[in-house]
Write a protein that binds this ligand. Structure first.
Ligand code: MV4
Length: 452
């Protein structure tokens, strides 16, 4: 059994994990950087250890310091949250070597799925639809051009170790290819210290649909339905919802089965997410698998009634899943808005600083996951997301109205936020009608910016 968990993260997700542990009777250890001395996660945990200076590289990304803090405090498991070391296979391996339970999949599975080209091949072999494209790693523009020709233009060049948009370029024609490839590869080398690329056909105006899965140690795999994450800006998601209004029950079942097949093919354990691109005509393709808990997990929790963090801990402790696929039903509609400390009028530039006044909404069907409090200081060193507002209602229309009402109540003084911008998105007729794809923000930039 797991008795004490060290949370290798900060902000709202650290708080979320501390709460789950406390409810399960598990002790908690927070780690914090010098910039986070007064941070909520450090105050709420049973113990807190300072692991170094403000920059992530010297604190939240320092494997040695985090492992040391785990040993010193006698914690028997680490929850990595998202970002930071959560998808670092070497960190998971280090935990394994130190006899610390890493709350997530096996280090080898993380490494296998972290290589997107390898993941594509694994999925294709398992009968999961993948986007047409290269089957071998590509290291030079010449080999790339041949693969692109075979794939069919337009194409997208991606970093094998990438994800989240870095090291990615499109090419509409063979003439554009070399330039796009070299730019993508240079960025890839800078970001990941590796220059392995792969090529896919560029899918036009898809939705981003992802399936949550849970897998235990005994080969039981279930999916918990989908999240529609199409509303994003520069690869940063802004609004997520479950279920997606783009899926019929029949399509949900087919995509869910594909997601379960994907997890089984990877030998996956714990919570994971299979990302798909969904075309307007209903064709869907595996894009990548995320081996961590995700920011948007609360919308799935609300429509399924399953606490994903608790399930992660139970699975890591060796427990069997206590439900099967037929026990899982999607009830009602949940929407999440990410609240960021940023200024939409100034190109969404980060807005760190001290929160001088704070009021957060509540009431039936409203959940806030945050680590801010009145008087807290948001340091400039980390991600700008400071809170998540999640609402639930019987149907999408009511959920949208509830979200708009709740956004309207928020008071955050002292820093700039995207709260008003989020309101404008929810107020847009195209959003309301469900006419959304990954280009939504770009398509409607002008109207959405009118309030600024
Ligand atoms: C794509 C694509 C279209 N076709 N791949 C963006 C982040 C990274 N995970 C992969 N991404 C994309 N890959 C093919 N073959 C379009 C995107 C994409 C995107 C995907 C999901 C959500 C938002 C997006 C915004 C721009 C591009």
């Amino acid at each position: 059994m797991i008795k004490k968990v060290l949370i290798a993260n900060r902000g709202e997700i650290a708080v979320r994990i501390i709460r789950a542990c406390r409810e399960m009777g598990i002790e908690t250890v927070a780690v914090y950087s010098e910039a986070d001395r007064e941070a909520l996660h450090a105050k709420l945990a049973d113990e807190a250890v300072c692991i170094g200076p403000a920059p992530s590289s010297e604190s939240y990304l320092s494997m040695d310091r985090i492992i040391s803090a785990t040993i010193v405090t006698g914690a028997d498991a680490i929850h990595p949250g998202f970002g930071f070391l959560s998808e670092n296979s070497r960190f998971a391996e280090l935990c394994e070597q130190c006899n610390i339970t890493f709350i997530g999949p096996d280090s080898k599975v993380i490494a296998k799925l972290g290589n997107k080209q390898e993941a594509r091949n694994t999925m294709a072999a398992a009968g999961v639809p993948v986007i047409p494209g290269s089957t071998e790693p590509i290291y030079d523009a010449g080999a790339g051009a041949l693969a692109a020709e075979k794939t069919g233009y337009p194409v997208i060049v991606k970093a094998a170790l990438g994800g989240g948009g870095k090291g990615m370029r499109t090419a509409d024609t063979p003439e554009e290819f070399e330039q796009s490839f070299l730019t993508a590869q240079k960025e890839t080398q800078m970001a990941f210290g590796d220059n392995t690329m792969y090529i896919e056909h560029f899918v036009q105006r898809p939705r981003h649909i992802e399936f949550q899965i849970l897998a235990d140690r005994y080969g039981n795999v279930v999916h918990l339905g989908e999240r529609d994450c199409s509303i994003q800006r520069n690869h940063q998601k802004m609004i997520e919802e479950s279920p997606s209004i783009a899926l019929s029950e029949e399509l949900r079942q087919r995509m869910g089965e594909a997601a379960v097949r994907a997890a089984k093919a990877a030998g996956y354990q714990n919570a994971g997410t299979i990302e798909f691109l969904l075309e307007k005509n209903g064709n869907f393709y595996f894009m990548e698998m995320n081996t961590r808990i995700q920011v948007e997990h609360p919308v799935t929790e609300w429509v399924t009634g399953i606490d994903l963090i608790k399930e992660q801990i139970r699975i890591a402790a060796g427990r069997k899943l206590s439900f099967t696929q037929s026990d899982i039903h999607l009830n009602g509609h949940a929407i999440e808005c990410r609240i960021n400390a940023e200024n939409p009028a100034k190109g969404f530039r980060p807005s760190p600083g001290t929160v001088t006044d704070l009021y957060l909404p509540g009431g039936k069907g409203i959940r806030i996951d945050s680590a801010i409090y009145s008087g807290c200081t948001i340091p400039p060193y980390y991600d700008s997301m400071v809170a998540k507002l999640i609402v639930w209602a019987k149907n999408r229309g009511e959920a949208v109205r509830k979200m708009k009402s709740a956004l309207g109540e928020i008071i955050i003084e002292g820093i700039d936020t995207n709260v008003d911008y989020q309101f404008e998105i929810l107020n847009h007729p195209a959003y309301l009608s469900g006419d959304i794809d990954i280009e939504f923000i770009r398509d409607h930039e002008k109207e959405l910016g009118d309030i600024l």
